[in-house]
Design a protein around this ligand. Structure first.
Ligand code: IYR
Length: 234
């Protein structure tokens, strides 16, 4: 999938290959309609914890990951690895390890203000969704790369890049009619161990993906209004 680029037209700049890029544009009224429809679609996205255990096609997961992998990144290093977990025993181990850390968080590591702010979400240390969701995607950031000779090479803007890719991932999940939770059991190093990841990777986010449970509840919270989230410096 070349995103509209025309691979037959090529040139060199400073000895480096460039290909012609073009993409579809729209008249303003069509563009407005598309923007409005996409806005409405994305306003329906919620972080949920009530997942169905119904299977979802692996092919859908593969497309979602491909979309995440299309994100921009510092010097195009694509400094991420998406670990896809569907094995029930492994999900159980992840749940147990996450709950162990979260128990400590809810019973001493998080301060009073934090605990008070979390009450509206109805969360606690228990994370059954980590076993119920058919897929867990563990996003790892790659702090640096190691070549075949064992030499280290730097990546750039790693947090920004992996954050953007994760945003693409969450948006794709929603647009496929699935639901997810951006989960950050803290600390997350148990994921590095359980998933046998190499030294250059650090766990970044844990994202369960599923169909929505037919009886689901989410907190009645509001989003910022435009005058709160944007400033137009005209
Ligand atoms: N990681 C904990 C606590 C938690 C923290 C924040 I910030 C949230 O927005 C939600 C939960 C947990 O997952 O329960």
């Amino acid at each position: 999938m070349e995103g509209g680029s025309n691979l037959t037209e090529k040139k060199q700049i400073d000895g480096h290959p460039f290909i012609r890029y073009s993409k579809e544009t729209y008249p303003d009224d069509i563009m407005k309609g598309k923007a409005k429809a996409l806005d409405e679609e994305m306003q329906g996205r919620r972080s949920v914890r009530d997942f169905s255990d119904e299977p979802i096609p692996k092919e859908v997961i593969e497309h979602i990951l491909s979309i995440a992998n299309s994100a921009p990144s510092g010097a195009n290093k694509q400094p991420w690895t998406f670990c896809v977990v569907s094995n029930p025993e492994l999900k159980k181990k992840i749940r147990e390890a996450a709950e162990k850390e979260e128990f400590e968080n809810y019973h001493g590591r998080m301060n009073e203000e934090w605990l008070r702010e979390l009450r509206q979400f109805g969360t606690n240390y228990q994370k059954p969704f980590l076993e119920i969701a058919p897929y867990l995607i563990v996003v790892f950031k790659r702090a640096y790369e190691v070549d075949n000779l064992g030499q280290k090479h730097q990546n750039y803007y790693v947090n920004e890049s992996v954050g953007i890719a994760s945003g693409f991932l969450l948006s794709a999940i929603h647009q496929c009619g699935l639901v997810s939770l951006t989960h950050t059991p803290s600390p997350m190093n148990f994921l590095h161990t359980l998933l046998n990841r190499p030294e250059n990777e650090r766990a970044f986010l844990l994202i369960p993906i599923a169909k929505l449970h037919p009886l689901s509840w989410v907190p009645d919270i509001r989003r910022k209004t435009q005058d709160e989230y944007a400033v137009f410096c005209e």
